[in-house]
Design a protein around this ligand. Structure first.
Ligand SMILES: *[C@@H]1O[C@H](CO)[C@@H](O)[C@H](O)[C@H]1NC(C)=O
Ligand SMILES: *[C@@H]1O[C@H](CO)[C@@H](O)[C@H](O)[C@H]1NC(C)=O
Ligand SMILES: *[C@@H]1O[C@H](CO)[C@@H](O)[C@H](O)[C@H]1NC(C)=O
Length: 578
């Protein structure tokens, strides 16, 4: 017997009217033409897609392209017009190639088509087609003034051509969504033959804190197809980082589980008994959708509770990271596929991670309590409250969800993307982000890059060495120079030239260096954020100079705090259908 209709009803029960669904927003600003940049200096709100690779903490300056005969692209696509991006652009006539020697391209595509007999094509499909054609980002334009979170298709495991979204994992470009009137402003400029350049901005999407708190909303069901596989893969890859971030007091992580409930009138039905604990109060849908076969929702919700207890007991004894150890081991040893998803196996994992040295099985049992009791369970009640969020924090509505400092992460569930988002959530001026963040930073110093070019210019000052920082680069003392440990008024190191006669720095310099290394380290970190900002601006200006008529060189401001980029809250739904 299929029980999905009940599940959906349960789910809806939690999606209450007073709760808010967060649409996480980034910003988009026109950079060129300068007149349009000035007219729309506040920028536009864009809703981040929940797939692909958003560049949290960063920006992307790119040329806007709209494949439409009126906007200078005569290509024809079939059966839908090219502006919908429903077909591979390589099949358009003439084919569309967005690789450009002038720099990156953001492709504007339209949502829909609404009236096509074939139905609208999926957002993810449009983005994939754009990526294949060479776009560095995609901006989907709505047919009305309303923002929605673009979701990945739910049926991503479909076997036939039309429902197979195996490419989802391979989407490496960011995707965002914009309301019709704002999109039309840029389309109109393109149709008038203007070159439009815009900046996608992910700098301030998430709230920032010096101690980043983050939540992972998941489910211990491991048989939900590609979504579960992606979660398992993510957890496995993320364990060492999660460990490092918790150990180093960089982050406070908490695991959470989405719960379903049974309507009171249905609590005695077989559906509720087999999918719920505490007499219908806390449920999870049957993993295989068959009440009479395989694992039950009740077993899943029970394991969810156990995992919350593992976290709680670990955290209480100063080991907030044990949940990660437990779940990775559990995924390997107790999978549903191997028919080992059980209490017995779970407790073996508990023993294996050495939990009895700081807690006990009895404590675990006590935390879980009597799951058949006709009582509330405080741990789960708390989960439900957190899931609903409050006036500051949006409801968790998509499984899985990551909340960072109360804001919701949007993008694919993958190591690099999530780590980038976490790194971007550290307060700017207070603290250097954790060292692991450099792993996901752009290489701003690669040969030929702007960082490389800018630093190599500083021959006089000796600041010729380019070093990557989380979202930019900084120039430090290069070959032939040593840091004196002192900083100039712009926060740059002051370098001392190594004497060419002896090939050695003077004695005085060595002393200063030895004495000041600690101060330098501290001062550098305090100053570097500021410098990155200006470096980024300089970088953008330099890139812009390649496109811009000279008189516009200083035109337009690059205010990182431009309005309308705070995460806002709009009551709406996520949508995978274009
Ligand atoms: C996705 O990438 C993997 C590895 O790079 C590749 O093997 C696979 O064919 C790609 N899938 C699609 C649909 O392009
Ligand atoms: C993290 O904080 C705890 C208490 O807040 C402290 O005992 C521990 O030493 C800190 N660890 C590190 C690596 O700073
Ligand atoms: C985890 O432990 C810390 C201190 O040990 C405490 O402040 C915090 O509230 C705990 N978190 C949870 C979710 O129990």
């Amino acid at each position: 017997m299929r029980i999905w209709p009940i599940c959906l009803a349960l789910f809806a029960a939690l999606h209450c009217a007073e709760c808010k669904f967060d649409i996480e927003k980034g910003g988009l600003r026109i950079k060129l033409p300068a007149s349009a940049a000035a007219e729309h200096s506040g920028g536009f709100e864009i809703a981040l897609g929940n797939f692909g690779s958003p560049r949290y903490g960063g920006e992307l300056l790119a040329k806007m392209v709209y494949v439409d005969p009126e906007a200078g692209y005569p290509s024809q696509c079939f059966p839908e017009a090219c502006n919908y991006a429903c077909e591979p652009f390589s099949e358009a006539s003439p084919p569309v190639d967005l690789h450009s020697p002038d720099g990156p391209v953001i492709l504007m595509v339209d949502r829909g088509p609404q009236d096509s007999p074939r139905g609208a094509c999926k957002f993810a499909k449009k983005v994939w087609n754009a990526q294949q054609a060479g776009a560095a980002g995609v901006l989907v334009v709505n047919y009305e003034d309303h923002l929605t979170t673009m979701e990945a298709p739910k049926d991503a495991d479909g076997q036939d051509e039309d429902t197979s979204y195996k490419f989802l994992k391979n989407i490496t470009i960011p995707a965002a969504f914009i309301g019709k009137s704002n999109g039309d402003i840029m389309k109109d400029l393109l149709k008038r033959g203007e070159q439009v350049h815009a900046i996608f901005d992910w700098k301030d999407v998430l709230p920032k804190r010096s101690l980043v708190s983050w939540e992972f909303w998941t489910n211990s069901n491991d048989q939900c197809g590609p979504i579960c596989d992606v979660q398992k893969e993510f957890i496995k890859e993320f364990v060492p980082v999660a460990h490092e971030l918790e150990h180093g007091n960089w982050t406070r992580f908490t695991p959470h589980f989405i719960l379903w409930i049974c309507p009171i009138s249905d609590r005695n039905t077989p559906e509720c008994s087999s999918q719920c604990i505490h007499q219908g109060r806390y449920c999870s849908p049957d993993p295989d959708g068959d009440l009479h076969d395989g694992y039950t929702g009740k077993e899943v919700v029970q394991e969810n509770l156990r995992q919350l207890c593992v976290y709680k007991l670990g955290n209480d004894s100063g080991r907030p990271w044990v949940w990660w150890e437990y779940v990775t081991k559990f995924a390997v040893q107790c999978s549903m596929d191997s028919s080992l998803y059980s209490q017995e196996c779970a407790e073996q994992v508990w023993d294996d991670i050495g939990a009895n040295s700081w807690s006990s099985r009895d404590a675990l049992h006590e935390c879980i309590g009597d799951i058949d009791a006709d009582t509330r369970n405080e741990i789960f009640e708390n989960e439900m409250d957190l899931q609903k969020g409050d006036s500051q924090t949006g409801e968790v509505y998509i499984l899985p969800t990551i909340r960072i400092n109360g804001g919701q992460y949007r993008g694919k569930l993958a190591y690099t993307e999530v780590l980038r988002a976490l790194c971007a959530a550290f307060e700017d001026e207070q603290k250097q982000p954790p060292p692991v963040c450099l792993k996901v930073a752009d290489d701003s110093c690669r040969p030929g890059s702007l960082g490389d070019a800018m630093c190599s210019r500083n021959i006089e000052s000796g600041l010729t060495q380019c070093s990557n920082t989380f979202n930019g680069y900084t120039c430090t003392c290069g070959p032939g120079f040593l840091s004196t440990g002192l900083m100039d008024s712009n926060g740059y190191e002051i370098c001392a030239k190594i004497s060419t006669k002896t090939g050695m720095p003077t004695y005085a310099v060595i002393l200063i260096v030895a004495g000041a290394i600690g101060i330098v380290a501290a001062a550098c970190y305090a100053a570097y954020r500021l410098r990155i900002r200006s470096a980024m601006h300089q970088e953008i200006r330099d890139i812009m100079a390649q496109y811009m008529p000279l008189e516009d060189n200083e035109g337009g401001t690059l205010d990182p705090n431009a309005a309308s980029r705070r995460p806002g809250q709009v009551h709406s739904q996520a949508d995978s259908q274009a």
